[in-house]
Design a protein around this ligand. Sequence first.
Ligand code: CIR
Length: 254
Amino acid sequence: MFTKAITRIPARSFANGLTTSKLGNPDYDLMLQQHYKYVEALVNLGLEVTQLEPFNDFPDAHFVEDVAVVTNEIGVITNPGAPERNGEKFFIKAPLSKFRDLEFIESPGTLDGGDVLQIGKHFFIGISERTNEEGANQLASILKKFGYTFTNVKVGPGLHFKSSVNYVGKNSILITDHFFSNPIFDAYNKILVDKDEEYAANSLFINDTILTPKGYPKTKAKLSKLDFPIIELDMSEVQKMDGGLTCLSIRFAG
Ligand code: CIR
């Protein structure tokens, strides 16, 4: 059960963040609205949300997931792989230290939280343009102490590993075609995301409810077979900046 989350209100500068999407200019008011609805969904699922202030100097800072990996035992502050975002790590320390002892990924290791998928006691760590082997190995050596196991996996299309694979409950994962046949996921019930709905692979399982982006009916139909409540959230402005549902929060047990 998650009982806590940390989020950050998007800054007015958010459209200056990094993006590869060609979906057009995002709208600030709509972004705020979408972020508000997201936080509201977390609150309705029983999470106590710490909302950090907008941060104009770092237009991507509301993608808080990338700056920390939090387990029941520890908070690990990452070393974000994009130079433009690296300084965000200094500003998650104080809020997270209220809940966890902290450890740190150090250069030359780099790591973005978006590349880190925890399923029970196992972690998949994506090696991507943001996360290198050294960063993945540092995370593993910190978390090994607490009995976790690890698999490193090379990220394919998409920014982060969690652009492609996410846990959705009942031993099931939503997974894109790129990873579908990879035997490292054979222990799970794989739910293939259709090619034209791959954005929906970034769905988020919280306290027996699935949050999924609005507008992906085939994925929603597949998810509904799991028999969990599904909340659809409009992510249009978030998507324009290469973000998704997981990126907007750090979730953990209190
Ligand atoms: C970036 O390129 O870093 C941001 N514009 C998007 C980060 C999305 N984060 C995530 O998927 N965890």
